[in-house]
Design a protein around this ligand. Sequence first.
Ligand code: RIB
Ligand code: CA
Length: 306
Amino acid sequence: MATKVIIDTDPGVDDAMAVLFACLHPEIELIGLTSIFGNVTTNIATRNARVLLELAGSDVPVAGGAQKPIVQASKEVAWEVHGHDGFGTLPPIEPKTLPHRLSAAEFICAEVNKHPGEVVLCPVGPLTNIALALELDPTITEKVKSVTVMGGSLAEGGNVTSYAEANIWQDPEAADKVFAAYWDVTMVGLDVTHQVKCTPDEFTGLAEASPKLGGFLNKISQFYFDFHIEANGFRGCYMHDPAAVISIIRPEFFGTEPKALTVVNDGERVGETVVANDNRPDIAVCLKVDEEAVRSLFLETIKSGS
Ligand code: RIB
Ligand code: CA
């Protein structure tokens, strides 16, 4: 039976890869997208999420998320990584569908209560909506199947600063609340996503095999590939968000260690994920990955699309 998943997302180029993968893979039942700031503003994320689902022919709802972090002031969005409108150099696309009437936090709580024990929450942006959902209904910790976070870094260092990974850096207090709660969390951080890369040629292959969906990903990824040259010294891309979604259905592709984590919330190291010394629960931190298996599953799944 397919796994019910809600992806909390800030699309964003690698978010688009993750969302289309989730739409196409038969072992995932995508039951909703919730939008958040990070790569773009929340309003652009809400729009882009609807565009992705329309492209995939999916009628899954999109619930709009928070406009700002739960404590700190908003930080700048990563337009230099994903483009001003989140899809590289593509101009804004206006979707036909409207956002869901519920907020992201309300939608998450409603769906988790409707399907107790079945829903995997997969935040691939800042954890603001997840923290707000926890505040709205603390019992969701007993009802979610699990939480798979794309974010953080234990030994790999950061990508926004030397210490902090982008999703955690955008809302440190929210991330700390998610890591401190008593539920089943897996952290898919830079320790593994920096091992999973794709090349521009592989995306050309996606466009040839899947002109609509693969073609869209190839088009929006060119700007993202260029960013990687200056930031990481190679033309291509890290597969951050697709790796997180893939870990839900192929946990065997990843090696984890139990660690209790907290998040630095001020100073030079703000947003750094570090081992906690309070009595919070361990989470499963991904430290190893079969990068070839992750990459191959992503590529073959997108190629299966139209
Ligand atoms: O650090 C990488 C993460 O930040 C990815 O989720 C990317 O989409 C951005 O949100
Ligand atoms: Ca993201």
